[in-house]
Design a binder for this molecule. Structure first.
Ligand code: C5P
Length: 395
Protein backbone atom coordinates (compact mmCIF):
# COMPACT_ATOMS: atom_id res chain seq x y z
CA UNK A 1 0.00 0.00 0.00
CA UNK A 2 1.71 3.27 -1.07
CA UNK A 3 2.12 5.70 1.79
CA UNK A 4 1.41 9.36 1.01
CA UNK A 5 2.21 12.15 3.42
CA UNK A 6 -0.35 14.84 2.68
CA UNK A 7 0.84 18.27 3.83
CA UNK A 8 -1.83 20.96 4.01
CA UNK A 9 -0.68 24.58 3.78
CA UNK A 10 -2.87 27.40 5.05
CA UNK A 11 -4.96 28.57 2.12
CA UNK A 12 -8.65 28.79 1.30
CA UNK A 13 -8.26 25.87 -1.14
CA UNK A 14 -7.52 23.58 1.83
CA UNK A 15 -11.18 22.53 1.99
CA UNK A 16 -10.87 20.91 -1.47
CA UNK A 17 -8.16 18.64 -0.14
CA UNK A 18 -10.67 16.75 1.98
CA UNK A 19 -12.11 15.20 -1.19
CA UNK A 20 -8.65 14.47 -2.58
CA UNK A 21 -7.67 12.73 0.67
CA UNK A 22 -10.81 10.58 0.56
CA UNK A 23 -10.16 9.61 -3.07
CA UNK A 24 -6.50 8.71 -2.40
CA UNK A 25 -7.65 6.43 0.39
CA UNK A 26 -10.36 4.92 -1.79
CA UNK A 27 -7.65 4.10 -4.35
CA UNK A 28 -5.85 2.05 -1.71
CA UNK A 29 -3.23 4.52 -0.52
CA UNK A 30 -2.36 5.14 3.10
CA UNK A 31 -2.70 8.87 3.75
CA UNK A 32 -0.84 10.48 6.65
CA UNK A 33 -2.11 14.04 7.10
CA UNK A 34 0.14 16.87 8.28
CA UNK A 35 -1.17 20.40 8.81
CA UNK A 36 0.71 23.65 9.16
CA UNK A 37 -0.46 25.99 11.90
CA UNK A 38 -2.13 28.19 9.25
CA UNK A 39 -3.95 25.22 7.67
CA UNK A 40 -5.87 24.75 10.94
CA UNK A 41 -7.57 28.10 10.28
CA UNK A 42 -9.20 26.64 7.16
CA UNK A 43 -10.14 23.03 7.95
CA UNK A 44 -10.40 21.18 11.20
CA UNK A 45 -7.94 18.43 12.07
CA UNK A 46 -10.92 16.26 12.98
CA UNK A 47 -12.42 16.32 9.44
CA UNK A 48 -9.04 15.47 7.97
CA UNK A 49 -8.38 12.72 10.48
CA UNK A 50 -11.75 11.07 9.73
CA UNK A 51 -11.29 11.23 5.94
CA UNK A 52 -7.66 10.07 6.01
CA UNK A 53 -8.25 7.40 8.64
CA UNK A 54 -5.07 8.53 10.37
CA UNK A 55 -4.32 11.07 13.11
CA UNK A 56 -3.18 14.51 12.01
CA UNK A 57 0.47 15.32 12.64
CA UNK A 58 1.16 18.96 13.27
CA UNK A 59 3.73 19.57 15.94
CA UNK A 60 7.42 19.00 15.59
CA UNK A 61 8.03 17.85 19.14
CA UNK A 62 4.82 16.41 20.52
CA UNK A 63 5.31 14.40 23.72
CA UNK A 64 4.46 10.79 23.03
CA UNK A 65 4.38 11.08 19.25
CA UNK A 66 8.13 11.52 18.82
CA UNK A 67 8.89 8.25 20.60
CA UNK A 68 6.16 6.45 18.63
CA UNK A 69 7.36 7.62 15.21
CA UNK A 70 9.97 10.37 15.06
CA UNK A 71 9.65 13.01 12.38
CA UNK A 72 12.72 11.71 10.53
CA UNK A 73 11.32 8.18 10.45
CA UNK A 74 8.00 9.61 9.26
CA UNK A 75 9.74 11.51 6.44
CA UNK A 76 11.62 8.37 5.42
CA UNK A 77 8.55 6.16 5.47
CA UNK A 78 6.76 8.03 2.68
CA UNK A 79 6.50 6.87 -0.93
CA UNK A 80 5.39 10.38 -1.91
CA UNK A 81 4.81 13.72 -0.22
CA UNK A 82 1.92 15.74 -1.63
CA UNK A 83 1.82 19.40 -0.58
CA UNK A 84 -1.72 20.58 -1.19
CA UNK A 85 -2.44 23.42 -1.17
CA UNK A 86 1.13 24.66 -1.48
CA UNK A 87 1.04 28.30 -0.42
CA UNK A 88 3.57 30.97 -1.42
CA UNK A 89 4.86 30.96 2.14
CA UNK A 90 5.30 27.20 2.30
CA UNK A 91 7.06 27.14 -1.10
CA UNK A 92 9.37 29.91 0.05
CA UNK A 93 10.23 28.09 3.27
CA UNK A 94 10.87 24.89 1.29
CA UNK A 95 13.06 26.65 -1.27
CA UNK A 96 15.20 28.11 1.50
CA UNK A 97 15.59 24.86 3.38
CA UNK A 98 13.78 26.02 6.51
CA UNK A 99 12.74 23.44 9.05
CA UNK A 100 10.73 25.54 11.47
CA UNK A 101 7.67 23.32 11.74
CA UNK A 102 6.79 19.68 11.14
CA UNK A 103 5.78 20.22 7.48
CA UNK A 104 9.05 21.87 6.42
CA UNK A 105 11.12 19.47 8.53
CA UNK A 106 9.53 16.48 6.78
CA UNK A 107 10.12 18.09 3.38
CA UNK A 108 13.79 18.60 4.21
CA UNK A 109 14.32 15.13 5.69
CA UNK A 110 12.57 13.07 3.03
CA UNK A 111 14.08 11.25 0.08
CA UNK A 112 10.64 10.53 -1.35
CA UNK A 113 9.40 12.38 -4.45
CA UNK A 114 7.63 15.65 -3.65
CA UNK A 115 4.58 16.87 -5.55
CA UNK A 116 3.30 20.43 -5.09
CA UNK A 117 -0.24 21.57 -5.86
CA UNK A 118 0.07 25.36 -5.46
CA UNK A 119 -2.89 27.64 -4.81
CA UNK A 120 -2.66 31.35 -4.16
CA UNK A 121 -3.61 34.80 -5.38
CA UNK A 122 -2.52 35.24 -9.06
CA UNK A 123 -0.21 38.15 -8.20
CA UNK A 124 1.47 36.11 -5.52
CA UNK A 125 1.91 33.25 -8.03
CA UNK A 126 3.41 35.42 -10.76
CA UNK A 127 5.64 37.38 -8.37
CA UNK A 128 9.32 36.90 -9.26
CA UNK A 129 10.02 35.67 -5.72
CA UNK A 130 7.49 32.82 -6.02
CA UNK A 131 8.63 31.99 -9.55
CA UNK A 132 12.28 31.94 -8.43
CA UNK A 133 11.34 29.63 -5.54
CA UNK A 134 9.44 27.36 -7.93
CA UNK A 135 12.35 27.19 -10.33
CA UNK A 136 14.75 26.34 -7.47
CA UNK A 137 12.41 23.60 -6.24
CA UNK A 138 11.99 22.17 -9.76
CA UNK A 139 15.76 22.11 -10.20
CA UNK A 140 15.88 19.95 -7.08
CA UNK A 141 13.41 17.51 -8.60
CA UNK A 142 10.18 18.73 -6.99
CA UNK A 143 7.19 18.28 -9.34
CA UNK A 144 4.33 20.72 -9.62
CA UNK A 145 0.71 20.24 -10.71
CA UNK A 146 -1.17 23.45 -11.50
CA UNK A 147 -2.15 26.04 -10.54
CA UNK A 148 -5.00 26.55 -13.01
CA UNK A 149 -6.38 29.71 -14.52
CA UNK A 150 -9.76 31.06 -13.39
CA UNK A 151 -11.52 32.84 -10.54
CA UNK A 152 -9.82 32.71 -7.19
CA UNK A 153 -11.45 33.09 -3.78
CA UNK A 154 -10.40 36.74 -3.37
CA UNK A 155 -12.48 37.68 -6.43
CA UNK A 156 -9.65 38.11 -8.92
CA UNK A 157 -9.14 36.14 -12.11
CA UNK A 158 -5.79 34.68 -13.11
CA UNK A 159 -3.47 31.74 -12.59
CA UNK A 160 -3.54 30.65 -8.98
CA UNK A 161 -6.48 28.24 -8.52
CA UNK A 162 -5.71 24.84 -7.09
CA UNK A 163 -5.53 22.37 -10.01
CA UNK A 164 -8.67 20.27 -10.52
CA UNK A 165 -8.82 17.26 -8.19
CA UNK A 166 -8.62 14.71 -11.02
CA UNK A 167 -5.41 16.37 -12.28
CA UNK A 168 -3.87 16.22 -8.82
CA UNK A 169 -4.89 12.57 -8.43
CA UNK A 170 -3.42 11.72 -11.85
CA UNK A 171 -0.16 13.47 -10.89
CA UNK A 172 -0.01 11.45 -7.65
CA UNK A 173 -0.54 8.18 -9.56
CA UNK A 174 2.06 9.05 -12.18
CA UNK A 175 4.60 10.18 -9.55
CA UNK A 176 4.17 6.89 -7.71
CA UNK A 177 4.42 4.82 -10.89
CA UNK A 178 7.36 6.84 -12.16
CA UNK A 179 9.40 6.29 -9.03
CA UNK A 180 10.27 2.75 -10.13
CA UNK A 181 10.24 3.13 -13.94
CA UNK A 182 14.02 2.89 -14.21
CA UNK A 183 14.74 0.88 -11.06
CA UNK A 184 17.78 -1.35 -11.58
CA UNK A 185 19.12 0.76 -14.48
CA UNK A 186 22.53 2.39 -14.11
CA UNK A 187 23.01 5.59 -16.08
CA UNK A 188 25.89 8.03 -16.62
CA UNK A 189 25.03 11.67 -17.27
CA UNK A 190 27.83 14.09 -18.17
CA UNK A 191 27.13 17.76 -17.49
CA UNK A 192 28.61 21.23 -17.32
CA UNK A 193 31.72 22.54 -19.04
CA UNK A 194 35.20 21.11 -18.85
CA UNK A 195 38.04 23.37 -17.80
CA UNK A 196 41.44 23.02 -19.47
CA UNK A 197 44.25 24.72 -17.54
CA UNK A 198 46.97 26.83 -19.13
CA UNK A 199 48.76 27.56 -15.87
CA UNK A 200 47.73 27.59 -12.17
CA UNK A 201 45.42 30.60 -12.66
CA UNK A 202 44.18 30.46 -16.29
CA UNK A 203 42.07 28.05 -18.28
CA UNK A 204 40.06 27.48 -21.47
CA UNK A 205 36.39 26.70 -20.93
CA UNK A 206 32.88 27.65 -22.11
CA UNK A 207 29.62 29.10 -20.82
CA UNK A 208 27.83 25.81 -20.08
CA UNK A 209 25.77 26.18 -16.89
CA UNK A 210 25.09 22.47 -16.35
CA UNK A 211 21.35 23.16 -15.95
CA UNK A 212 20.18 20.75 -18.68
CA UNK A 213 22.42 17.88 -17.58
CA UNK A 214 21.51 18.31 -13.92
CA UNK A 215 17.80 18.37 -14.79
CA UNK A 216 18.21 15.12 -16.75
CA UNK A 217 20.17 13.47 -13.93
CA UNK A 218 17.40 14.49 -11.50
CA UNK A 219 14.58 13.29 -13.75
CA UNK A 220 16.22 9.86 -14.21
CA UNK A 221 16.97 9.48 -10.50
CA UNK A 222 13.35 10.37 -9.71
CA UNK A 223 12.40 7.33 -11.81
CA UNK A 224 14.58 5.06 -9.73
CA UNK A 225 17.71 4.95 -11.92
CA UNK A 226 21.14 4.72 -10.30
CA UNK A 227 22.55 7.94 -11.74
CA UNK A 228 26.25 8.83 -11.86
CA UNK A 229 26.53 12.50 -12.72
CA UNK A 230 30.01 13.22 -14.05
CA UNK A 231 30.15 16.97 -13.75
CA UNK A 232 32.50 19.76 -14.74
CA UNK A 233 32.67 22.79 -12.42
CA UNK A 234 29.21 24.37 -11.99
CA UNK A 235 27.45 26.02 -9.09
CA UNK A 236 24.33 23.83 -8.93
CA UNK A 237 23.02 21.63 -6.14
CA UNK A 238 23.27 17.87 -6.74
CA UNK A 239 19.78 16.52 -7.49
CA UNK A 240 18.34 14.13 -4.87
CA UNK A 241 19.59 10.52 -4.97
CA UNK A 242 22.19 11.30 -7.64
CA UNK A 243 25.84 10.29 -7.20
CA UNK A 244 27.96 13.17 -8.42
CA UNK A 245 31.56 12.78 -9.53
CA UNK A 246 33.36 16.11 -9.91
CA UNK A 247 35.93 16.49 -12.67
CA UNK A 248 37.68 19.42 -14.32
CA UNK A 249 39.25 18.39 -17.62
CA UNK A 250 37.96 16.34 -20.58
CA UNK A 251 40.56 13.65 -19.82
CA UNK A 252 39.27 13.41 -16.24
CA UNK A 253 35.67 13.30 -17.49
CA UNK A 254 36.48 10.46 -19.86
CA UNK A 255 38.33 8.49 -17.15
CA UNK A 256 35.43 8.98 -14.69
CA UNK A 257 32.92 7.73 -17.29
CA UNK A 258 35.00 4.66 -18.18
CA UNK A 259 35.30 3.83 -14.49
CA UNK A 260 31.50 3.62 -14.21
CA UNK A 261 31.09 1.04 -16.99
CA UNK A 262 29.17 -1.16 -17.53
CA UNK A 263 26.02 0.97 -17.52
CA UNK A 264 22.66 0.71 -19.28
CA UNK A 265 22.67 4.23 -20.72
CA UNK A 266 24.88 7.26 -21.06
CA UNK A 267 23.59 10.75 -21.70
CA UNK A 268 26.39 13.10 -22.75
CA UNK A 269 25.17 16.60 -22.03
CA UNK A 270 28.51 18.12 -21.03
CA UNK A 271 30.00 20.85 -23.18
CA UNK A 272 33.41 19.24 -23.41
CA UNK A 273 36.19 21.57 -24.52
CA UNK A 274 37.30 20.40 -27.93
CA UNK A 275 40.90 21.36 -27.26
CA UNK A 276 43.33 21.65 -24.40
CA UNK A 277 46.67 23.45 -24.21
CA UNK A 278 49.44 21.09 -25.27
CA UNK A 279 51.46 21.93 -22.18
CA UNK A 280 50.37 23.31 -18.81
CA UNK A 281 52.81 25.64 -17.10
CA UNK A 282 53.24 24.83 -13.42
CA UNK A 283 53.98 28.50 -12.72
CA UNK A 284 51.90 31.52 -13.60
CA UNK A 285 52.90 32.61 -17.11
CA UNK A 286 54.46 36.07 -17.11
CA UNK A 287 54.14 38.93 -19.57
CA UNK A 288 57.15 39.09 -21.82
CA UNK A 289 58.80 41.77 -23.96
CA UNK A 290 58.49 39.28 -26.84
CA UNK A 291 54.68 39.73 -26.75
CA UNK A 292 51.91 37.28 -25.84
CA UNK A 293 52.63 33.56 -25.79
CA UNK A 294 51.49 31.29 -28.62
CA UNK A 295 49.00 28.67 -27.57
CA UNK A 296 49.47 25.22 -29.02
CA UNK A 297 46.31 23.18 -28.65
CA UNK A 298 45.71 19.45 -28.65
CA UNK A 299 42.46 17.68 -29.53
CA UNK A 300 40.57 16.36 -26.51
CA UNK A 301 39.15 12.82 -26.50
CA UNK A 302 35.56 12.59 -27.73
CA UNK A 303 33.80 10.95 -24.78
CA UNK A 304 30.49 10.40 -26.59
CA UNK A 305 32.18 8.75 -29.58
CA UNK A 306 34.39 6.66 -27.29
CA UNK A 307 31.40 5.34 -25.33
CA UNK A 308 29.46 4.68 -28.54
CA UNK A 309 32.19 2.45 -29.93
CA UNK A 310 33.53 0.76 -26.82
CA UNK A 311 33.25 -3.03 -26.43
CA UNK A 312 31.06 -2.63 -23.34
CA UNK A 313 28.82 -0.13 -25.15
CA UNK A 314 25.77 0.90 -23.10
CA UNK A 315 22.48 -0.16 -24.73
CA UNK A 316 21.51 3.47 -25.12
CA UNK A 317 23.92 6.30 -25.96
CA UNK A 318 22.53 9.83 -26.20
CA UNK A 319 24.32 13.01 -27.23
CA UNK A 320 23.52 16.70 -27.48
CA UNK A 321 24.65 19.04 -30.21
CA UNK A 322 24.77 22.80 -30.16
CA UNK A 323 24.59 24.17 -33.70
CA UNK A 324 24.21 27.61 -35.20
CA UNK A 325 23.00 26.75 -38.71
CA UNK A 326 21.48 23.99 -40.86
CA UNK A 327 20.50 22.20 -37.65
CA UNK A 328 18.90 19.07 -39.15
CA UNK A 329 21.78 18.23 -41.54
CA UNK A 330 24.60 18.94 -39.14
CA UNK A 331 22.84 17.03 -36.37
CA UNK A 332 22.15 13.96 -38.52
CA UNK A 333 25.77 13.86 -39.65
CA UNK A 334 26.92 14.23 -36.06
CA UNK A 335 24.66 11.40 -34.89
CA UNK A 336 26.26 9.08 -37.44
CA UNK A 337 29.80 10.28 -36.88
CA UNK A 338 29.57 9.88 -33.11
CA UNK A 339 27.68 6.59 -33.31
CA UNK A 340 25.05 7.46 -30.71
CA UNK A 341 21.45 6.21 -30.76
CA UNK A 342 19.85 9.58 -30.21
CA UNK A 343 20.95 13.16 -30.58
CA UNK A 344 19.22 16.26 -29.23
CA UNK A 345 20.22 19.25 -31.30
CA UNK A 346 19.59 22.85 -30.41
CA UNK A 347 20.19 26.11 -32.17
CA UNK A 348 22.46 28.07 -29.86
CA UNK A 349 21.97 31.24 -31.85
CA UNK A 350 18.39 31.19 -30.35
CA UNK A 351 18.93 29.59 -26.94
CA UNK A 352 22.19 30.51 -25.32
CA UNK A 353 24.12 28.50 -22.78
CA UNK A 354 22.94 29.34 -19.30
CA UNK A 355 19.26 30.05 -20.04
CA UNK A 356 16.41 28.11 -18.44
CA UNK A 357 14.65 27.23 -21.68
CA UNK A 358 15.58 25.02 -24.56
CA UNK A 359 14.25 23.86 -27.90
CA UNK A 360 15.58 20.79 -29.64
CA UNK A 361 15.31 18.49 -32.61
CA UNK A 362 15.17 14.93 -31.33
CA UNK A 363 16.98 12.65 -33.79
CA UNK A 364 16.74 8.87 -33.55
CA UNK A 365 17.36 5.86 -35.81
CA UNK A 366 13.79 6.21 -37.07
CA UNK A 367 13.52 9.93 -37.76
CA UNK A 368 13.43 13.42 -36.34
CA UNK A 369 10.89 15.06 -34.03
CA UNK A 370 10.77 18.79 -33.47
CA UNK A 371 10.09 19.39 -29.78
CA UNK A 372 8.52 22.72 -28.82
CA UNK A 373 10.40 25.26 -26.74
CA UNK A 374 10.14 24.36 -23.08
CA UNK A 375 11.78 24.67 -19.70
CA UNK A 376 14.94 22.59 -19.27
CA UNK A 377 13.24 20.58 -16.51
CA UNK A 378 10.31 19.80 -18.85
CA UNK A 379 12.75 18.74 -21.55
CA UNK A 380 14.47 16.49 -19.02
CA UNK A 381 11.09 14.89 -18.19
CA UNK A 382 10.34 14.31 -21.85
CA UNK A 383 13.72 12.72 -22.50
CA UNK A 384 13.29 10.56 -19.38
CA UNK A 385 9.94 9.33 -20.78
CA UNK A 386 11.67 8.35 -24.02
CA UNK A 387 14.35 6.50 -22.08
CA UNK A 388 11.71 4.61 -20.07
CA UNK A 389 9.94 3.64 -23.33
CA UNK A 390 13.28 2.48 -24.83
CA UNK A 391 13.95 0.10 -21.94
CA UNK A 392 10.33 -1.09 -21.83
CA UNK A 393 10.62 -2.06 -25.51
CA UNK A 394 13.88 -3.86 -24.78
CA UNK A 395 12.04 -5.86 -22.11
O1 C5P B 1 31.12 17.60 -31.41
P1 C5P B 1 30.24 18.32 -30.46
O2 C5P B 1 31.00 18.98 -29.33
O3 C5P B 1 29.24 19.24 -31.09
O4 C5P B 1 29.36 17.14 -29.82
C1 C5P B 1 28.48 17.36 -28.79
C2 C5P B 1 28.17 16.08 -28.10
O5 C5P B 1 29.33 15.29 -27.92
C3 C5P B 1 27.65 16.30 -26.68
O6 C5P B 1 26.81 15.22 -26.35
C4 C5P B 1 28.92 16.28 -25.87
O7 C5P B 1 28.67 15.93 -24.51
C5 C5P B 1 29.72 15.21 -26.56
N1 C5P B 1 31.17 15.43 -26.54
C6 C5P B 1 31.98 14.56 -25.83
N2 C5P B 1 33.35 14.72 -25.83
C7 C5P B 1 33.92 15.70 -26.57
C8 C5P B 1 33.10 16.58 -27.33
C9 C5P B 1 31.74 16.43 -27.27
O8 C5P B 1 31.46 13.67 -25.14
N3 C5P B 1 35.23 15.85 -26.57
Amino acid sequence: MPRIILILGGGIAAYKVLDIARELRREGMEVIPVMTEAARQFVTPLSLEVLCGNPVHGELFRPGQESEIGHIALARSADLILVCPATANLMSRMAHGMADDLATTLLLATEAPILLAPAMNPHMWSHPATQANLSLLEQRGVRCVGPSHGNVACGETGTGRLAESDKILAAVRSSLAKATDLAGRKVIVTAGPTVEPLDPVRFISNYSSGLQGYAIAGALAARGADVRLVSGPVSLPTPPSVRRIDVRTAEEMKAACLEQLPVDAVICVAAVSDWRPESVSDRKMKKSVDGPPTLILRENPDILATLSHIETRPALVVGFAAETDDLQNHAEQKRHRKGCNWLLANDVSKHHFGGHRNQVLFLTETGTEEWPEMDKSALAERLAEQIVAFFQKQG
